[in-house]
Design a protein around this ligand. Structure first.
Ligand SMILES: *Cc1c(COP(=O)(O)O)cnc(C)c1O
Length: 363
């Protein structure tokens, strides 16, 4: 245990981010202003092939406002995965609509389009799949199903900055897409979220909803929130945006090394045409997942994570009884190993040796 701890995730904050925050502080203008406007423009250029973006104070409020701006409300159903972070289903429930939980494909851990289609009713307003772990969901297949049934596609891209399907960036397929800027995501603003849309009416409503329903001060057009991003957070995000492509490449290189060298575990699969940005590097361990997780830490000083141990539909907050067999299997078997861009070659080799040794001993 003399070796340094390798954390499961590690935000990279450097001198440039600190200087950018300091420069905003020096202006005395801290709340939403020019930094936020510039961050939106640059985010659209770097990650969205020019599609519009609207900054908010968290990914969760991005989903919530995106759904409200798309007209989702009481009486509607929105189909979501259960195998995701709780914010996905929470944001649907917060609009007054009902989240309907569908099963995933075990190859990619993303929603199964066939199961989703079987759950569409005349109340279904839309489908909100998640680009989980940085692997894009089958965006073209989902867009086709939505088109066929006359419903909307919304993208939870919280974990997938820069991911793409056949060269098309995630966040450009749905009525809106949401990117989280929480510290452990592929880039951060401290806390924050970015909502993408090519629908001018959705964009206008997003801008109103984040700011008390106002475009012009004291001329409130609708009932809204204070979900604005601050200029301090935007300044951090703007610096991170200049680095995210390089970090993604590093994540992909780290993942390639792990996949080439791990033995006896199920390594991540990548669908044809998919660009995976490895927010997580998630293996499947059919027997002894929890022991592996524990022994990596106690014996090798290596962090790992179980995302997510309890399917959302069975959380006390939802307490549903749907039968989602692939979701249950994934919740029991997945383990995410460190893949973040600050890993050294030595770290990667330690991870491979530790996992291979433990798996072999257990077999
Ligand atoms: C992180 C995350 C969110 C919520 O983002 P916050 O910025 O933490 O509010 C939503 N969905 C998924 C899949 C996430 O991973």
């Amino acid at each position: 245990m003399s070796q340094d701890f390798i954390p499961a995730a590690k935000p990279i904050i450097g001198a440039e981010e600190r200087a950018a925050v300091d420069a905003v502080m020096a202006t005395g203008m801290l709340a939403q202003g020019k930094q936020v406007a510039d961050f939106e423009t640059e985010f659209s250029q770097v990650l969205l092939d020019g599609r519009a973006s609207v900054a908010v104070n968290s990914g969760t409020s991005g989903l919530h406002l995106g759904l409200l701006a798309s007209g989702v409300g009481p009486g509607d159903e929105v189909i979501v995965p259960s195998f995701t972070f709780a914010a996905t289903g929470n944001s649907v429930a917060l609009t007054g609509a009902t989240p309907v939980f569908a099963d995933i494909e075990l190859d990619y851990y993303t929603l199964d389009v066939t199961h989703v289609e079987s759950l569409i009713t005349d109340k279904t307003k839309g489908i909100m799949p998640v680009h989980l772990y940085g692997h894009p969901f089958a965006a073209e297949a989902f867009a086709a199903v939505c088109g066929k049934h006359g419903i909307d596609l919304y993208e939870d891209a919280a974990q997938a900055h820069g991911a793409a399907v056949n060269g098309q960036k995630v966040g450009t397929f749905g009525k809106f897409g949401m990117f989280s800027l929480y510290p452990t995501k592929n880039m951060t603003s401290g806390e924050g979220g970015m909502v993408s849309t090519s629908d001018p009416e959705v964009e206008r409503k997003l801008r109103l909803l984040r700011n008390q329903g106002m475009d012009k001060q004291y001329e409130n057009e609708l009932v809204g929130f204070n979900n604005r991003m601050t200029d301090l957070h935007a300044a951090i995000g703007r610096v991170q945006l200049t680095k995210v492509d390089g970090w993604t490449k590093q994540r992909q290189d780290n993942a390639a090394f792990l996949t080439a060298n791990l033995e006896g575990v199920g390594t991540p699969k990548v669908a044809a045409g998919a660009e995976h940005v490895y927010h997580q590097y998630t293996i499947r361990v059919p027997e002894g997942r929890d022991e592996l997780h524990e022994r990596l830490r106690s014996g090798y000083n290596i962090g790992s994570g179980v995302y997510y141990p309890v399917p959302n539909h069975r959380l006390p907050s939802f307490n549903r009884t749907e039968d989602l067999p692939n979701t249950e299997t994934a919740a029991k078997e997945v383990l995410s190993l460190p893949v973040h861009p600050s890993l050294t070659q030595d770290d990667l080799e330690r991870i491979v040796t530790a996992v291979n040794t433990l798996v072999k001993a257990g077999a």
